[in-house]
Design a protein around this ligand. Structure first.
Ligand SMILES: C[S@@+](CC[C@H](N)C(=O)[O-])C[C@H]1O[C@@H](n2cnc3c(N)ncnc32)[C@H](O)[C@@H]1O
Length: 270
């Protein structure tokens, strides 16, 4: 079974609070769909707590009309299928595969015009989500998105000295959807320049990386929460993930409603 930490519980609490708000606000006017694109196996293990229910099974407690769970690992799909079947749900589709591939086709359905609305939870371990997937989600104009952005995986790959191999550069570009990060994530070290040495670079702070992620999301989504939650490892306080929220609906009132709820939940979670 996969492992999670205290930050996993915070993340799930945020998502559940939003799902609770969402179904209450939307159920009378729309058909509702929940998509869990990194669905997992149904549960995971937390140290000192034990087996804990994961995002996909938790979502079933909120009355969406349809649930779509995507998971790459066959063995996880098998376990998730068994868990869903034991709950007797018949409006759940579990798809085995790479979510980037499946999400690339998400806007082939006219969700918006046929009065479907929904929430997508993107919960990768590391840098598995391609930026293009966010673009196609945004084109639906129908889904609100919670994205657990892999802050520590990104900073691990953004070497402090800026010397990054081409393969890693490609992965970061695919994660962020631009090569602009090569200049945005680094600045010339003033210390080195002062002593007349060859100019070296330094990496920007975690706060500036977080602001940049929000700025990137704003290039794609009409509404983005400006207070994403940094989830930290309680042992050493190191940042692990950035829990971001974005709205694909272009209607001003819909954006305001979703952002108000998400901002409130983010502000009151830690
Ligand atoms: C952090 S876990 C998700 C945990 C889950 N949300 C939960 O709360 O139980 C990430 C999951 O995504 C799966 N995964 C990794 N890459 C994927 C991809 N490209 N498409 C779909 N699933 C993927 C992994 O096998 C793993 O089960």
């Amino acid at each position: 079974m996969a492992y999670g930490g205290p930050w996993t519980l915070i993340k799930l609490d945020v998502i559940e609070k939003y799902l609770n708000f969402y179904v209450t606000a939307m159920k009378n006017n729309f058909k509702l769909c929940y998509i869990d694109a990194f669905a997992g196996e149904g549960e995971f293990e937390v140290k000192n707590i034990g087996p804990t229910t994961g995002s996909a099974l938790r979502a079933l407690d909120y009355p969406f009309d349809r649930y779509l769970f995507i998971e790459k690992l066959e063995e996880n799909v098998t376990k998730l299928n068994a868990a869903v079947n034991s709950k007797g749900e018949n409006n759940v589709d579990i798809i085995a595969g790479d979510c980037n591939e499946l999400l690339s086709r998400i806007n082939s359905v006219s969700w918006y015009k046929s009065y479907w609305r929904g929430v997508i939870f993107l919960d990768p371990y590391a840098m598995e989500l391609k930026w293009d997937s966010l673009k196609t989600i945004s084109q639906t104009k129908a889904f609100d998105v919670w994205y657990l952005f892999p802050l520590s995986a990104l900073t691990r790959n953004l070497r402090r000295d800026g010397k990054i191999d081409n393969k890693t550069k490609g992965t970061i570009t695919s994660l962020l959807g631009t090569t602009e990060w090569e200049t945005e994530m680094y600045f010339e070290s003033p210390q080195m320049a002062l002593f007349g040495e060859t100019v070296e670079v330094e990496r920007v702070s975690i706060n500036n990386i977080s602001k940049y992620i929000v700025k990137r999301l704003r290039t794609v989504f009409p509404g983005v929460a400006d207070n994403p939650l940094i989830l930290r490892n309680p042992i050493n306080n190191s940042p692990l993930f950035l829990l971001c929220f974005a709205v694909s609906n272009q209607d001003r009132k819909a954006i305001e409603l979703s952002l108000k709820a998400a901002n409130h939940i983010l502000t009151h979670s830690s």
